[in-house]
Design a protein around this ligand. Structure first.
Ligand code: BGC
Length: 758
C-alpha cells in the first residue's frame, strides 16, 4: 500500500481540507482519485447504532445486540468480560460495515444527576479506566476501532454544548483525566472524541492543552481526534489545537475556511498535513478489516444475558432470594412486560430481540401460578387503581416481584435528572405492596442511583438490574432463581439524599459556568473523607454465599516507588454455593504535603470460588498507585512515607490492612521562591539544611520579636507559629536589626543556594 506520507504528498489542499471534515453524518470524505476509502463510524457504546441512511442522525438503525450500558458493565468489575463484549461488538461492526465504534465513554460520575451517567462507568477513575481498557482492547482485537469519549470534563447534560467546566488542575489530573489516560496509554484507541463543553474557558474542540499537549504529546496518542457531533465552533482554531476530524459533515464552509486560512497564511499547511496523516493512518488501518461477515445473533444475545447477570447488584436480601420454588408469584410493574433495558439518545439501539422479564421468569418458575399487575403508568401521573390492583394480587401470592423502571423522562442523554427519586406512583406502589406482602423483591432498572429511604425497610430484597441490555429480562430471572449467584458490586455510591452528594452546591452551574468546587472529592472520596453516611457504599454488593479474607501479604514492608508493590490475600468461599468475589485494594496516604482523599481504589480482582475453596488473589500496585499530582512541579509525585494498604469487600468493608513505607526515587527541583513561607522552606529537603541554622540562630537572638523576659510573651501568641507562615523575604525584613547584611541580599543568597544546590 502506498505510504501515508506519499499519499499526503499527492493530495491537493482541497482534498486534505475535505478529509478533515465528514462527508456525511457517519462517514469521512473519501479521496477516490487516490483510492482512499471513506471511514464509517457508528454509535456506541454498548451496541451498534448503525444508521442505514448516512445523512440521517436519527433514522432507525439496523438491528444489533443491545448489551448492558456502562453503569451495569462497571458493576461487573470484570475486565475479561468487557473484552469479550468488545469482541462481540466488533463482530457486529464488521457485519454492519462499521469501521469505528463511537465509545466507550470514560467520563466521571461527578453527580448522580448527570442524565447520561448510564453511559459512563464509575465515579472512580481507576475502575472506569480499567473497564474502558477491557472494552477497547476487545473491540480493537478484531480490527475495528473505538472512539474514547467525551474528552474531557463532560459531566452533565445541562448546557452541555456551551457550559464552561471550571476544574482545578489536581482534580483534572487525578479525577477527570486518568480514565482517559489509562485507556489511551494501555489500550490505544484508534480515535478520541472531544466533548462539547468548555474546559477552563476554552472549548474542548479548541483546547490545545487537552488535545495536543496532554493527549498527543504527554500520553503519546497516535490516532485522530474527532469532534463530538457538532462540537466545532472555529474550525481553524480546532485544527491548530489538535482536533483532526470534524463530524458530522458535509460542511463545505468549514472546508473552505481551512483552505482559505492556509492560503492567507493564518494556518500552517503542516498542521493540516498532520491531521490528514492521523486520519489516513486510521482509514488505511480500518480498510484492512474485511467487512460483511454476519455475526451470530443468538450467541451475542446469550453473551448479553451473561453480562447482564454478572452486572446486577444485590443491594438487600433478608434471605428471600434466591427464590425457593414459590407456588404463587405476583409480578407487579409495567417493566416486567416492557423491558427497560437501555437509555435514550445517541446510544439507543434497535435490538435484535428483547427478553421480556415476565416471560423469562415464567420459564424458570416451574408450575408456579403467576399473576400480573401493571402498577404504574408510563407517564408521571398517579393512578390509585393500579396500586389497588397490585396490592390485591400481592396479597394473594407467596412472593411479590416489583419491576420498577426509572422512566426516560427522568433519565436520558440530553438532559439531567431532576432528582434521585422514583416517580411518586412508584414509591406509593412499593410502599403499598410491601405493607401487605413481606416477601417483596424490588427489581430496579435505572442507569444511576435512586434514593430508597421511603421504602427500603419494607422490601425483603432489592436487586439493582440497571439498564440491563436486551437479554436482561432473562438475567433477572437467572439471579432471582439462583441460576446465577449475583456478584456485581456498585461502581458508584448510592447516597441517602441528593443534598449529601459532593457536587450538590455546584451543580449544574449558573451563568454558563459550572465550578467543580468539590475538587478531588467526588464519589466515595467525598463520603469517606467527610464521613457522610450513605445508602450503599462504593464497591458494595451481596452474594448468595459469603467470603472470608485472610493471610494478607505485601511483597515488601518498605519499597521504592519504581519497584511497586504486590498485595496478596487469601479469599475463601465460606458459604453454601459457588460464587464470585470482587476484592478491592485501596491505598491511603498517611501523610502528604497536599491534601488527599481518605483512601483511593488502586487495584481489584474478581475471583470465582466453589464452596469451601480458597484462592490467593494478588494485585500489583505501581508507582502511580501512591502518587498524586502536584501542580507546583507540575507532575505526578511520590513522597517518602507510610501508606496503608486496605483490602476490602467494599469501600466501607475493609477486611485486611497493612502499612508499608515508600521511598521516593524522585529528584524534584526545589520550587522555593522568595515568597515561600518559612514553613515551606523548612519542609523542603533542599531548603531545610540551608535555612534551618540561620533560623535557629535568629530565634536565639530574638530580634524584633525579643522580649525582656524570655518566659513572657506580651503578644500572647506562639511566635514561632506566627513566623512559620511568613514569606522568607518578610521574615528577614522583620529580623533586619539582627542581620549583618541587608535582608534582600540574604534572601537572594538563600535562593541561589537552594536552586544551585540541585
Ligand atoms: C453524542 C456522542 C455521539 C454522537 C453521535 C453526540 O450527541 O454526545 O456520544 O457519539 O452524538 O451520535
Amino acid at each position: 500500500m502506498t505510504s501515508i506520507q506519499s499519499l499526503i504528498a499527492q493530495m491537493t489542499l482541497e482534498e486534505k481540507a475535505a478529509l478533515c471534515t465528514g462527508a456525511s453524518a457517519w462517514t469521512t470524505t473519501p479521496v477516490e482519485r487516490l483510492d482512499v476509502p471513506e471511514l464509517f463510524v457508528s454509535d456506541g457504546p454498548h451496541g451498534l447504532r448503525r444508521v442505514p441512511e448516512v445523512h440521517s442522525m436519527s433514522n432507525k438503525s439496523l438491528p444489533a445486540t443491545c448489551f448492558p450500558t456502562a453503569s451495569a458493565l462497571a458493576a461487573s468489575w470484570d475486565v475479561d468480560l468487557l473484552y469479550e463484549m468488545g469482541q462481540a461488538l466488533a463482530e457486529e461492526a464488521i457485519a454492519l460495515g462499521v469501521d469505528v465504534i463511537l465509545g466507550p465513554g470514560a467520563n466521571m460520575k461527578r453527580s448522580p444527576l448527570c442524565g447520561r451517567n448510564f453511559e459512563y462507568f464509575s465515579e472512580d477513575p481507576y475502575l472506569a479506566g480499567a473497564m474502558a481498557v477491557g472494552l477497547i482492547e476487545g473491540i480493537q482485537s478484531q480490527g475495528v476501532g473505538t472512539s474514547l469519549k467525551h474528552f474531557a470534563a463532560n459531566n452533565q447534560e445541562y448546557e452541555r454544548c456551551s457550559i464552561n467546566a471550571e476544574v482545578d488542575e489536581r482534580a483534572l489530573r487525578e479525577i477527570y483525566l486518568p480514565a482517559f489516560e489509562m485507556a489511551v496509554t494501555k489500550a490505544k484507541p484508534w480515535t478520541v472524541m472531544c466533548s462539547y463543553n468548555k474546559v477552563n474557558g476554552t472549548y474542548a474542540s479548541e483546547n490545545r492543552r487537552l488535545l495536543t499537549d496532554i493527549l498527543k504529546k504527554e500520553w503519546g496518542f497516535e490516532g485522530f481526534v474527532v469532534s463530538d457531533w457538532g462540537a466545532v465552533h472555529n474550525r481553524v482554531a480546532g485544527l491548530q489545537a489538535g482536533l483532526d476530524l470534524e463530524m458530522p459533515g458535509p460542511k463545505q464552509a468549514r472546508v473552505n475556511a481551512v483552505i482559505e486560512a492556509v492560503r492567507n497564511g493564518d494556518l500552517d499547511e503542516a498542521v493540516v498535513d498532520e491531521a490528514v496523516r492521523r486520519i489516513l493512518t486510521i482509514v488505511c488501518r480500518a480498510a484492512q478489516t474485511p467487512k460483511g461477515k454476519a455475526f451470530d445473533v443468538a450467541a451475542h444475545h446469550a453473551l448479553a444475558r451473561k453480562i447482564a447477570a454478572e452486572s446486577m447488584v444485590l443491594l438487600k436480601n433478608n434471605g428471600l432470594l434466591p427464590l425457593q420454588a414459590p407456588q404463587h408469584i405476583a409480578v407487579v410493574g409495567r417493566a416486567a412486560r416492557e423491558a427497560h433495558f437501555q437509555g435514550g439518545g445517541s446510544s439507543h439501539i434497535n435490538p435484535t430481540q428483547v427478553d421480556v422479564p415476565f416471560n423469562e421468569l415464567q420459564k424458570l418458575a416451574g408450575n408456579a401460578e403467576i399473576s400480573f399487575a401493571e402498577g404504574y403508568p408510563r407517564d408521571d401521573s398517579r393512578d390509585q387503581a393500579l396500586i389497588d390492583e397490585a396490592v390485591t394480587i400481592a396479597l394473594a401470592a407467596d412472593v411479590a416481584l416489583l419491576y420498577i423502571a426509572l422512566p426516560t423522562f427522568k433519565e436520558s442523554e440530553g438532559y439531567d435528572r431532576p432528582d434521585l427519586d422514583l416517580t411518586a406512583q412508584q414509591v406509593a406502589l412499593i410502599q403499598a405492596v410491601t405493607a401487605v406482602q413481606p416477601n417483596t423483591v424490588v427489581i430496579l432498572n435505572n442507569g444511576a442511583p435512586v434514593v430508597m429511604g421511603e421504602w427500603l425497610d419494607g422490601a425483603a430484597a432489592v436487586l439493582e438490574a440497571w439498564m440491563m441490555g436486551q437479554a436482561g429480562g432473562g438475567a433477572i430471572a437467572d439471579v432471582l432463581f439462583g441460576r446465577v449467584n449475583p456478584s456485581g458490586k456498585l461502581a458508584e455510591t448510592y447516597p441517602l439524599r441528593l443534598m449529601d452528594t459532593p457536587a450538590y452546591l455546584n451543580f449544574p452551574g449558573e451563568n454558563g459556568v459550572v465550578r467543580y468546587g468539590e475538587g478531588l472529592y467526588i464519589g466515595y472520596r467525598y463520603y469517606d473523607t467527610r464521613q457522610v453516611p450513605v445508602l450503599f457504599p462504593f464497591g458494595y454488593g451481596l452474594s448468595y454465599t459469603s467470603f472470608a479474607y485472610g493471610n494478607m501479604r505485601v511483597s515488601a514492608d518498605s519499597f521504592r516507588d519504581v519497584d511497586g508493590l504486590t498485595v496478596s490475600v487469601d479469599v475463601t468461599n465460606t458459604g453454601p454455593v459457588a460464587g464470585q468475589e470482587i476484592v478491592q485494594v485501596y491505598v491511603r496516604d498517611r501523610e502528604s504535603r497536599l491534601a488527599r482523599p481518605y483512601k483511593e481504589l488502586k487495584g481489584f480482582a474478581k475471583v470465582s470460588l466453589q464452596p469451601g475453596e480458597t484462592k490467593t488473589v494478588s494485585v500489583s500496585l505501581d508507582s502511580r498507585a501512591f502518587a498524586y499530582y502536584d501542580p507546583a512541579y507540575p507532575q505526578w509525585i511520590t513522597e517518602d512515607g507510610q501508606f496503608d494498604i486496605l483490602v476490602g469487600a467494599s469501600s466501607a468493608d475493609i477486611r485486611c490492612c497493612a502499612t508499608v513505607t515508600l521511598q521516593s526515587t524522585l529528584q524534584l527541583p526545589s520550587t522555593l521562591h522568595d515568597e515561600s513561607t518559612i514553613r515551606a522552606w523548612l519542609n523542603d529537603p533542599a531548603g531545610k539544611p540551608i535555612l534551618e541554622p540561620i533560623f535557629n540562630e535568629l530565634m536565639k537572638k530574638g530580634g524584633l520579636f525579643s522580649s525582656d523576659d524570655s518566659d513572657d510573651n506580651s503578644m500572647d501568641m506562639d511566635l514561632v507559629g506566627f513566623l512559620l507562615d511568613l514569606p522568607l523575604r518578610n521574615f528577614f525584613h522583620f529580623q533586619e536589626g539582627s542581620l549583618t547584611q541587608p535582608p534582600d541580599d540574604i534572601t537572594n543568597m538563600l535562593l541561589e543556594q537552594v536552586h544551585g544546590a540541585r
